[in-house]
Design a protein around this ligand. Structure first.
Ligand code: MG
Length: 231
């Protein structure tokens, strides 16, 4: 690997922001109920961490007895209803949910000319609104990154983000996220991954990452090392 700028693909929930998903989860449930005419989804439980919005919605709807055919037929309607519901529910100010050290780390990386983008299971309008309201929007250019609206499978997202960055090379791309699914998506595209134990998972279940840290600030020396040293 030659030295040079990295493409840094940041997860949102549990990585850039912490405990900021309540309204997001509510927006998905409201949208699914409205579009499919369901009475309530509060009795069904889906797993959220590291998963795409489309995958979460499919689980919720299957558990409520909706067929895959109906889920597929209404997928676009549920996606736009989710974005509308979240725009209504999202708090005006999410800056209190930014993980400790994140603004300083993003600023330092931008100053070193690294390319930064979002890689999240959130539908794009939801993820972008969260980041705007958290005061981090300036670090993440429109038209870049990859989102749950691009694929229901997180494993597809790193390759999409690299393509949008102008076919950025794998060996200079790094995923930064908080769950084993973030690690798996990096492996699927053969890019490196830093796991941050700032979400629901501790250091141990993230041990398969190329580096594991317990604080966003500790990402910086790892990336500086990778930016200058051979892979
Ligand atoms: Mg996450």
């Amino acid at each position: 690997m030659s030295a040079g700028p990295l493409l840094l693909l940041w997860d949102i929930d549990g990585t850039l922001l912490q405990r900021a998903s309540t309204e997001h989860a509510r927006a998905l449930r409201e949208a699914a109920m409205r579009v499919h005419g369901l009475d309530g989804l509060d009795h069904v439980a889906a797993e959220y961490a590291g998963r795409t919005d489309a995958a979460i919605l499919r689980d919720l709807l299957r558990l409520a007895g909706v067929t895959d055919e109906a889920i597929d037929a209404q997928a676009a309607a549920v996606r736009s209803a989710s974005a509308e519901a979240f725009a209504r529910l999202c708090p005006d100010d999410l800056s209190g949910f930014v993980a400790p050290g994140v603004p300083e780390v993003l600023a330092a990386l931008a100053a070193h000319d690294h390319r930064q983008a979002l890689l999240t299971g959130n539908f794009e309008p939801i993820g972008r609104l969260k980041i705007e309201r958290a005061g981090l929007g300036a670090y993440f250019e429109a038209g870049q990154g990859a989102f749950g609206s691009d694929s229901a499978s997180r494993a597809d997202l790193p390759a999409i983000a690299r393509r949008r960055a102008g076919s950025w090379p794998r060996e200079r791309t790094v995923v930064i996220g908080d769950t084993p699914r973030d690690i798996a998506c990096a492996r699927a595209d053969e890019v490196r991954v830093v796991a941050v134990a700032t979400g629901p998972f501790g250091i141990e279940p993230l041990a398969d990452a190329d580096a594991v840290v317990d604080d966003a600030r500790a990402v910086l020396p790892v990336l500086e090392d990778w930016a200058t040293a051979p892979a």
